[in-house]
Design a protein around this ligand. Sequence first.
Ligand code: G1P
Length: 297
Amino acid sequence: MQEVRKAVLPVAGWGTRFLPATKAMPKEMFPIIDKPVIQFIVEELLGAGVENVIFVTGKHKRPIEHHFDINTDLEKHLEEAGKEKILQNIRKISHMINPIYIRQKQQLGLGHAVLTAEPAVGREPFIVALGDIILERGEEAITGMLDIFSRFGKSVVALFEVPEEEVSKYGIAKVKEIEEGVFLIEDLVEKPSPEEAPSNLAIVGRYIFTPAIFEKLKITKPGKGGEIQLTDAMKLLLEEEAIYAYKVENRVYDTGNPLDYLKTVFEFALKREDIGEELAFFLAQMLSKGTQLTDRT
Ligand code: G1P
């Protein structure tokens, strides 16, 4: 069986939910305090041993390329300023991955973005990781998915449980457990209403695909929101090949909309040794004054 050596990161989206901040700035570069969201995803892949990263990018996404490239001027400045620790960190990021950047000329949906990566992926299995979600100890999830792939040689999708009122934000799966912790997908629906949802198991944005997905993407018609949906292509793939599921039990941090992004930032910040305690104190003070209720705009 072919080894999974490559990951596709679709990063071409407009980031509409964060406009105007995303007019010139990729949402993938939004910081969780001082580390951009995209770096968390890349570190997750690296932790699972995958260092060939294909970014499906667009015209306003150049900062992502700069982030994973060498910045000699900055390195020189940090060296001269004697900021050794920061310098080491900056150098590490520049050498983290073997990146390939491929342009999605039109934003026709997630499925279309994945199809755009076909020339860089070729006929081999690959990971897809979406930038909206950060997984706590994400490398564990990717490693767990890779284990399932190496046993069965078929596509694997990671799922997590969501409250019923949130099913319409995600792709939702109907599954059958075949052994402890290993599931087979029986059906998939992209962003259903709570009434239509076959379960509360949502696609968390981590997938391993056999290259057969590309043939299905080529014949997938626009679906939800008029976009070519990856979930719809997976549904077509199901007619031919099994798709396995891995259930994520770790904490899932959504950064894809302003409220969840803020919650993620606060949660990470409160856990930080350097700023956590002071932030907690500040928040407690604000809440005790009732600021959140009276100053609402
Ligand atoms: C995409 C997928 C959806 C998945 C979600 C995870 O939706 O289409 O199936 O559950 O990512 O974040 P998006 O959030 O890009 O609208």
